[in-house]
Design a protein around this ligand. Structure first.
Ligand code: GRG
Length: 294
């Protein structure tokens, strides 16, 4: 199956699974539950769920376990977007082509949406079917580490602290490995942990792949901000430039940033070699991440 088709199939599958796990819109408190569904069920590439499925399928993990892991990681991602859009953070009006959660509802509701989605993520993982208790605990720890102060929240804190301050390449990498990379890396590890008795060496290789594509995703995001379709058409927010944030093209120059993204892709591809045919879906994602134009 081509990657586009896989991504579309994954979107349908994870959206059905999310719909089942999110509280119904008529359950009290209605406004909070409606807003949670608004934040999660809108457009979204569902890249992190796709990574859960591809890593898990490469190791023949049971589908029902992968559904739970995919939902959990997407709930954390959606919570982070809702909180990132708040006035105290990026103060954005638009997300996924429509009003941000705090604009469609209100700020207090959006804060609670994020809190409740985070709790729902861990509840979902705690109830993962078809895995041993040890694997379930490892999954909980993986997601908690990726979401916490050593991962997503830590990266966001570094990003806020860096506004207007020039960062070195090492500092920029340290920030992105946490802010964007940690959840991408966790998605792959969660998929691997759903498999029955995965080998430690295989999990390590998948983890290295995840680390490389997580950073490559951010490098490409920075490149698209200055050289993508939207930037060329004058539609890009240019928010990073306005906020004087450090970016890879600003630090390395556009061509060197592109070369860095290619090196990360190649490193990611090399770590999949022992998987042979089974790693083909993950290989396509590594290529897609640095070839995407939006
Ligand atoms: C508030 C704890 C906290 C963290 C916020 C999500 C985030 C961290 C910042 C968003 C700013 C940003 C644009 C980061 C770059 C990478 C990123 C997370 C992009 C959004 O992910 P996509 O492109 O989004 O996968 P969709 O909407 O397709 O799911």
């Amino acid at each position: 199956m081509a990657l586009d088709e896989r991504l579309a199939a994954c979107r349908d599958r994870v959206e059905r699974a999310l719909d089942e796990r999110l509280p119904g819109p008529s359950i009290a408190p209605v406004r909070l539950h409606e807003a949670m569904r608004y934040a999660v069920l809108g457009n979204g590439k569902r890249l992190r769920p796709l990574l859960v499925y591809l890593a898990g399928e490469a190791l023949e993990a049971p589908g029902e376990a992968l559904d739970a892991a995919a939902c959990a990681v997407e709930c954390i991602h959606c919570y982070s977007l809702v909180h990132d859009d708040l006035p105290a953070m990026d103060d954005d009006d638009l997300r996924r082509g429509r009003a941000t959660c705090h604009r469609a509802y209100d700020e207090a509701t959006a804060i609670l949406v994020g809190d409740a989605l985070q709790a729902l993520a861990f509840r979902t993982l705690a109830r993962t079917p078809a895995v041993e208790d040890g694997a379930r605990v490892a999954m909980l720890e993986t997601l908690a580490t990726a979401a916490g102060s050593r991962g997503l929240c830590g990266g966001q804190a570094m990003d806020l602290a860096a506004a207007g301050i020039p960062l070195s390449e090492a500092e920029l990498e340290a920030m992105h490995i946490r802010k964007t990379g940690a959840l991408i890396r966790a998605s792959i590890r969660l998929g691997g942990l759903c498999a029955r008795a995965p080998e430690a060496a295989t999990l390590e290789r998948l983890d290295h792949y995840g680390k490389c594509i997580g950073l490559a995703f951010q490098v490409q995001d920075d490149i698209l901000d200055v050289a993508g379709d939207d930037a060329v058409l004058g539609k890009s927010s240019g928010a990073d430039a306005r906020l004087e944030k450090a970016t890879y093209p600003a630090l390395l120059g556009l061509e060197e940033a592109r070369a860095f993204a290619r090196r990360l892709r190649d490193d990611a591809l090399a770590s999949l070699e022992p998987l042979g045919e089974r790693g083909e879906g993950l290989r396509e994602v590594a290529r897609y991440i640095i070839e995407r134009d939006h």
